[in-house]
Ligand binder design. Structure first.
Ligand SMILES: COc1cc(COC(=O)c2cn[nH]c2)cc(-c2cccnc2)c1
Length: 229
């Protein structure tokens, strides 16, 4: 069953990169189908407006619910998962990407301005799986870049998309933490040598060295990922 993805956005051009490289091949292979929808096609006023001033005051504008209701209704089924990228969401992660990779239908609602009228989430929550997801603790101008990141992270985990599942195996069995440093030819570059152990052919020593390097890097860069933290 191919994974179907519908993206609703006011900037469809943001998603041109999905036609390239791995994402493009995934679509050609029939494993994934991705459709981009312009939210403004679902407006009914002459100005095709999608936002208005916030109730309760405050800076900025909020996206009105009706165009979203029309756009989501046009693609939603009872198998859909609605994903709203937002700084207020639960943190997206590799396990979440793996879950999404095994979904049937994902709808990404890319908000702009200060966000989307909360009643859109409230309306669909009792009907389908709705997930407000954050890709990190910073504020983007819209959910489009977050959607690209989540699609790329998820689609690469769809069985058959990655040529060499080998790299996925290592990724999934890897110690929790960051990956070890990688090297390739030439053996010396600008006076810098590749660590001897990697040229030794001693696979158990190489595995030990890589685990050690991963722990050193995790301790330094991401202590929050260390086991037991
Ligand atoms: C749907 O509601 C949104 C969506 C977005 C775009 O997503 C992100 O920024 C994001 C997603 N993961 N990490 C960051 C931005 C806001 C927003 C909030 C406050 C002030 N300005 C804008 C609200």
């Amino acid at each position: 069953m191919p994974l179907r993805i519908d993206v609703i956005t006011i900037f469809p051009d943001y998603f041109a990169p999905l036609q390239l490289s791995l994402m493009g091949k995934a679509q050609q292979s029939g494993l994934v189908t991705i459709a981009i929808h312009d939210l403004r096609e679902f407006t009914s006023d002459r100005h095709r407006s999608v936002d208005d001033t916030p109730y309760g005051g405050g800076a900025g504008m909020v996206m009105t619910p009706e165009p979203w209701g029309q756009a989501i209704d046009a693609v939603v089924t009872d198998q859909s998962t609605l994903i709203v990228p937002t700084p207020a969401g639960k943190l997206f992660s590799q396990p979440v990407a793996a879950e999404l990779a095994h979904s049937t239908h994902l709808i990404f609602a890319c908000g702009r301005y200060e966000g989307i009228d909360q009643r859109v989430v409230e309306y669909y929550r009792p009907r389908i799986d709705v997930r407000e997801l954050s890709i990190g603790d910073y504020v983007l101008a819209g959910g489009d870049v977050a959607t690209l990141a989540m699609i790329e992270a998820s689609v690469r985990l769809v069985p058959g998309v990655l040529g060499n599942p080998e790299s996925l195996v290592e990724e999934s069995h890897q110690l929790p933490g960051v990956e070890y440093p990688s090297y390739t030819k030439p053996p010396t570059w600008r006076g810098l040598d590749v660590p001897e152990v990697l040229l030794s052919g001693h696979h158990d020593q190489i595995a030990r060295w890589r685990a050690e390097q991963s722990t050193i890097r995790t301790t330094h860069n991401r202590p929050d990922l260390l086991p037991g933290s």
